[in-house]
Write a protein that binds this ligand. Structure first.
Ligand SMILES: [Zn+2]
Length: 310
């Protein structure tokens, strides 16, 4: 079972939350109805991914518990979509601590490994849980992402996703070097590995600017950002404000993980990306008010969405 913290200050509450989560995670290891039996090749793939995660553990001097094969569930598309409500390739459930993969959408070997690495990285992120007054348990922290205790919006979800994608690209390129030949990776497979996520090179350009300003190596700053995903350390995020301005971290925190189809969020994303692309501090400062207004517009429309019955 992966490690997690419980932040309730009342000891009794903390203990109850921990027990409840352990039970949920135990349930997450049980097969889902209609789940596909793992092939020998899938078993080997999980072992290979655990090997790669071992490289990360060594590089950052952290302990990583190998992913348990039982916490990974391969489902046929129909069952996956009924179960999750999404037509996507895979996802990680934070409370039950399990990964669901859409088998029909993952026939290509490199995509299959890639999504497994991606979701495993979410699984291994630093986790903090909290039971609210109404007894609902929330994942207060997952990597860099902060879920507010009451309905609002997930902060730093976009940064969290960028860090995961960066780690995924590092691990995928090692995987391709080691096993690409064995699994007949094509040119297309190799070039896909190079591609960034929806936010492109925003993370690396932030890291580069911070490194320049502090007179540090790119790799030193990058390691701090990547390691924080596993340890929960966040103090280094203050460096973002030193480079981009006092409100820049709040602006970065508005970015979602790139999956919200809400038109107000699409506009907001563009504005935030434009802000971080802008080199001129004065022009950046002038953009902030518009971004905060757009953020309010998105928040209002997101609230309306949750009020509508589904
Ligand atoms: Zn993700």
């Amino acid at each position: 079972m992966q490690k997690f913290e419980v932040t309730n200050t009342n000891l009794e509450e903390a203990e109850m939350t921990r027990t409840a989560l352990e039970q949920m995670r135990e349930a997450g290891l049980q097969p889902i109805e209609g789940e596909l039996k793992k092939t020998e090749e899938d078993g080997k793939m999980i072992e290979e991914v655990n090997q790669l995660l071992g490289i990360i553990a060594e590089r950052f001097h952290i302990e990583i518990i190998p992913i348990e094969p039982d916490s990974i569930h391969f489902l046929p598309a129909k069952i996956f979509e009924d179960y999750t409500g999404h037509e996507i390739r895979g996802l990680y459930y934070v409370k039950t601590g399990c990964i669901l993969l859409n088998d029909d959408l993952l026939r290509n070997k490199s995509e299959r490994v890639d999504i497994l690495i991606h979701e495993s990285l979410h699984m291994l992120s630093h986790h903090k849980f909290l039971a609210r007054d109404d007894n609902e348990i929330i994942a207060y922290r997952g990597g860099y992402e902060i879920e507010p205790t009451h309905k609002e919006y997930d902060r730093l979800e976009g940064l969290n996703e960028m860090v995961v994608v960066q780690l995924e690209r590092i691990l995928m390129s090692i995987y391709a070097d080691k096993f690409g030949k064995e699994y007949n990776f094509t040119e297309e497979d190799f070039s896909r590995i190079e591609r960034g996520g929806i936010y492109g090179d925003l993370l690396s350009s932030m890291i580069k600017k911070i490194a320049d300003q502090k007179g540090e190596n790119y790799a030193t700053v990058a390691d701090r950002f990547l390691k924080g995903h596993f340890t929960g350390e966040m103090l280094h995020l203050k460096d973002i404000e030193k480079v981009y301005g006092p409100r820049s971290l709040r602006i970065l925190a508005m970015l979602d993980d790139g999956h919200d189809p809400n038109p107000e969020m699409i506009t907001l994303r563009e504005m935030v990306l434009g802000y971080f692309r802008e080199e001129d501090a004065l022009r950046r400062e002038k953009m902030t008010e518009g971004i905060f207004n757009q953020f309010d517009r998105w928040l209002q429309s997101a609230r309306k969405e949750t009020e509508e019955p589904h």
